[in-house]
Design a protein around this ligand. Structure first.
Ligand SMILES: [Zn+2]
Length: 120
């Protein structure tokens, strides 16, 4: 089953749960929390789907002008993020392990998590 199917099933379960309480006093705040949680999950899954599509179709969508533009924007933002993180790490005397992504001290010879040699 796909990730969107899970959301549909959860929404169905939530609807059934609400149905069982018909005739009873419904706790509005619980419903609001439930709605917020489901909405948050939908947002997360849209993000996951977008990342999946981006990674899977990156080369194939280059002929679609609008999609290609969005890929370019994302690549530029990623480059900006990398540059900002490098500047931040430099200011804090940190270096990022190229293997596992752990932020290590600039003076460390090896990554404390995975043991990769640092500083090259
Ligand atoms: Zn590491």
């Amino acid at each position: 089953m796909g990730i969107l199917d899970d959301v549909v099933i959860n929404a169905k379960s939530a609807a059934e749960a609400v149905g069982k309480k018909a005739g009873q006093l419904v706790d509005v705040s619980k419903l609001r929390i439930s709605a917020a949680e489901i909405n948050s999950e939908i947002t997360k899954r849209y993000q996951a789907l977008g990342q999946y599509v981006y990674e899977d179709l990156r080369d194939k969508i280059s002929e679609d002008t609008e999609a290609a533009g969005k890929v370019t924007e994302l690549d530029e933002l990623t480059a900006q993020y990398t540059a900002v993180m490098k500047e931040l790490n430099d200011k804090q005397n940190r270096t990022v392990c190229p293997s596992c992504g752990k932020r290590c001290s600039s003076g460390d010879a090896f990554c404390s998590v995975c043991g990769t040699k640092l500083g090259e």
